[in-house]
Design a protein around this ligand. Structure first.
Ligand code: SF4
Length: 266
């Protein structure tokens, strides 16, 4: 479907949970999160029915996000269900890879072929600080197993403060290149202040050619990350919710006062 600005909307990002096994400082509030109630979380059947409707309206690219998707119980089954939907040319997942060493093979067997992994530094202490307690070796093991299994491409999402010439960014880039991974640099964003920029090495943050919709774990379709707009798919039904979201997609992002990265999926 085309929106009012003639942008072809064919990319659906699905947050399958607001939960995460890390607490990254730029994503999760210090004092914890108000978790979505279990009964408000979309079921696998609701998610797959929604995707089928979205595919019938022109979506052919689907990305699974979170929170951290690998903490959603039964995630491998969900991937298998989504991978069976005809009309999806590109199925991917964004993960922190902390659990990837145990999930890589089952996800591959379920039909997933490419992943993006969040990694902002190679420094073990800095990683612990940024993630409020994470162990970077879990991520390295996860990447190694994903590579062994055959995921390709494996892209590294590296959040930068101001520039990809920062020492951590340079180190992550060298690490990525030496492992045959691609790297994308994501400028630090702030939803409330409406601070965002274009992803270096990727497509995100370019409003003039934005092709995205986002589905939150509790069933809101959002036409833009930097907007408070969201339409409840349980109330409106998938088709009307998608058409309404595309119909009201803003020309460019402004600010998001209601959502958080962990419950929209970045
Ligand atoms: S701010 Fe909104 S319109 Fe701009 S690229 Fe992000 S999602 Fe698309």
């Amino acid at each position: 479907m085309l929106d009012r600005y003639n942008r072809k909307i064919n990319y659906l990002r699905i947050s399958v949970t607001d939960r995460c096994n890390l607490r990254c400082t730029y994503c999760m509030p210090e004092d914890g999160i108000a978790q979505v109630k279990h009964e408000d979380i979309l079921t696998f059947d609701e998610i797959t029915a929604f995707i089928k409707e979205a595919v019938s309206l022109g979506v052919n690219k689907v990305r699974i996000t979170g929170g951290e998707p690998l903490v959603r119980k039964g995630i491998v089954d969900l991937v298998r269900m989504i991978a069976k939907i005809s009309g999806i040319d590109d199925l991917s997942m964004t993960t922190n890879a902390v659990l990837m060493s145990q999930f890589a093979q089952p996800l591959w067997d379920a039909g997933l072929r490419r992943i993006n992994v969040s990694l902002d530094t190679l420094d073990i202490e800095k990683f612990k600080l940024i993630t409020r307690g994470g162990n970077i070796n879990d991520v390295f093991k996860g990447l190694e197993e994903a590579k062994r299994v055959g995921f390709n491409p494996i892209k590294i999402n590296c959040v930068i403060d101001k520039s990809s010439n920062e020492p951590d960014a340079i180190a992550v880039k060298e690490f990525a290149i030496s492992n045959g991974f691609e790297v994308r640099f994501i400028p630090m964003m702030n939803l409330e202040q409406g601070i965002f920029g274009q992803v270096e090495g990727g497509e995100g943050g370019n409003c003039s050619s934005c092709n995205r919709l986002r589905l939150t774990a509790n069933g809101y379709i959002k036409p833009c990350l930097f907007s408070d707009l969201g339409f409840n798919i349980r109330e409106l039904g998938a088709r009307i919710a998608i058409q309404t979201a595309i119909g009201q997609k803003p020309e460019s992002g402004s600010q998001n006062l209601e959502g958080e990265f962990y419950n929209i999926g970045g």
